[in-house]
Write a protein that binds this ligand. Structure first.
Ligand code: CMC
Length: 436
């Protein structure tokens, strides 16, 4: 972060003295006005619910240019990573800042692979849940419970603990998601297999049974790996900010990541993939493409509270680059599985076409986001709709950890403590019961 040549001056119409505020420049993207001393200098806070104009930290991990529709992990465009690298390359990049060479890749893969098994006791913890529990409810519990099962790596201030907890989380998330699925399906858990790729092992744990061999389909394996890459990080979104805020108290990494999982669940964030597929299925039930016009009228009617799920983004005011890649993957998977005429895919394409030409969406710069097509791919692979967000959590875990570790290593890091504009009752006395 470097000091800009110019400064910002804040002046007041009531004659209070104006204050000069330093301005900092990043390597790319908007400059920031440093308001840290504002309260000490003026007795005033800034007001920015929803963080519309507030940079809560400095970060060197992920950069998004929302107007251009550009996403870079450590400087590398998502399109190149999605087509030239795999998920473990991406994890290495996000965690350590560089793409691994062949030797580093082999070492990293081996380390992750040899941590995929979870403590056998965790299955008994999992058994405490109802079989019909939502997988995200289970994942919030299981990830939080990791701090009870792996308490030898819970000191956030110890770099070795941070490293081993990072590897454990990346390695064990697929095992936990697959266990949550098997539990809901009433099937036996399938142990990880070290001879398979990260995505291949996940597919095997999801779909193998003790009764017959499951062969990983390479097209599906690649598609899933791409889903993981596209979801791996997305700078200071709601769940990542939750992880940072939670971790800022010095809590252990598993607890901080569990907070991220809980935040991701919401339909405005990671829950949108599930909500999007449910929306497509509802429209299909109502009559499919012939009902798109009617549905769009509801979306545009502000009193209806209906949103076009998988559309719109706080940062992207252009096509989400992940949505483009996901649309490609969607076509590949449907073709490989002989589902080219999938009615939900056709419906999604038709909704997208109408929305991209409609004034309501054009004026508000609403474009498809990553969740618009990811649900169709996952459904084609055979993943149940209720598990979509858990797969997002699995993939985002590396981003959460990289961001958490970056925060701990930042000499400027402090416990997060937002302030408020108080609008409640001023001081008053408790009246006697009879007078209330
Ligand atoms: N359908 C209809 N109208 C929309 C939509 C949508 N999907 N998204 C935004 N709008 C409207 C919104 O009503 C508002 O209209 P007006 O100016 O007339 O009041 C305008 O567009 C600006 O929207 P906003 O709600 O102020 O934007 P935001 O930045 O606060 O919200 C969002 C971003 C992602 C929460 C929102 O676009 C949304 O709810 N989208 C649907 C859910 C979704 O797909 N979420 C996944 C996000 S990408 C994956 C992830 O990172 O988790």
């Amino acid at each position: 972060m470097k000091l800009a040549d110019n400064k910002a001056t804040l002046s007041f119409s009531n004659g209070s003295p104006s204050v000069e505020l330093p301005v900092y420049q990043g390597n790319v993207g908007p400059d920031v006005v440093d308001i840290r001393k504002l309260y000490a200098q003026t007795g005033m806070f800034t007001y920015d619910p929803g963080f519309l104009s507030t940079a809560a930290c400095q970060s060197a991990i992920t950069y998004i240019d929302g107007d251009k529709g550009e996403l870079l992990y450590r400087g590398y465009p998502i399109e190149q990573l999605a087509t030239q690298c795999d998920y473990l390359d991406t994890c290495h990049l996000l965690l350590y800042g560089n793409l691994p060479n062949a030797e580093a890749k082999a070492k990293f893969t081996k380390t992750v692979t040899y941590h995929t098994m979870v403590n056998e006791q965790m299955q008994f913890f999992l058994r405490g849940f109802r079989r019909d529990a939502h997988p995200m409810a289970i994942m919030t519990g299981l990830v939080g419970a990791m701090s009870a099962f792996y308490h030898d790596s819970t000191d956030i201030n110890n770099p070795e603990h941070r490293e081993i907890s990072a590897i454990r989380l990346i390695a064990k998330m697929p095992t936990l998601v697959a266990m949550a699925y098997k539990y809901s399906a009433g099937q036996p858990y399938v142990y990880p297999r070290n001879d398979l790729s990260y995505a291949g092992n996940f597919l095997h744990m999801m779909f193998a049974t003790p009764c017959e061999e499951y062969k990983v389909n390479p097209v599906i394996e690649r598609a899933l790996d791409r889903i993981f890459i596209l979801h791996a990080d997305h700078e200071q979104n709601a769940s990542t900010s939750t992880v940072r805020l939670c971790g800022s108290s010095g809590t252990n990494p598993f607890a901080a990541i569990a907070a991220g999982v809980a935040c991701l669940w919401g339909p405005a964030h990671g829950g949108a993939n599930e909500a999007c597929l449910t929306m497509l299925e509802d429209i299909q039930r109502m009559g499919g493409i012939s009902k798109v016009g009617e549905f769009m009228n509801q979306v545009k009617d502000k009193s209806s509270n209906v949103k076009l799920m998988g559309f719109g983004h706080r940062v992207y005011k252009n096509y989400d680059p992940r949505a483009k890649l996901m649309q490609e993957t969607c076509k590949e998977v449907l073709t490989a599985l002989g589902l080219e005429n999938d009615p939900l895919f056709k419906l999604a394409m038709s909704l997208e076409k109408i929305a991209l030409e409609d004034d309501y969406f054009v004026q508000r710069k609403l474009y498809p986001n990553v969740d618009f097509y990811s649900g169709i791919v996952q459904r084609a692979i055979g993943i149940p709709v209720s598990l979509f967000t858990a797969i997002f959590a699995l993939a985002r875990t590396v981003g959460w950890i990289a961001q958490l570790n970056e925060m701990i290593g930042d000499p400027e890091y402090k416990i997060g403590r937002p302030r408020q504009l108080f609008t409640g009752s001023v001081k008053r006395d408790v009246p006697p019961v009879g007078a209330r």
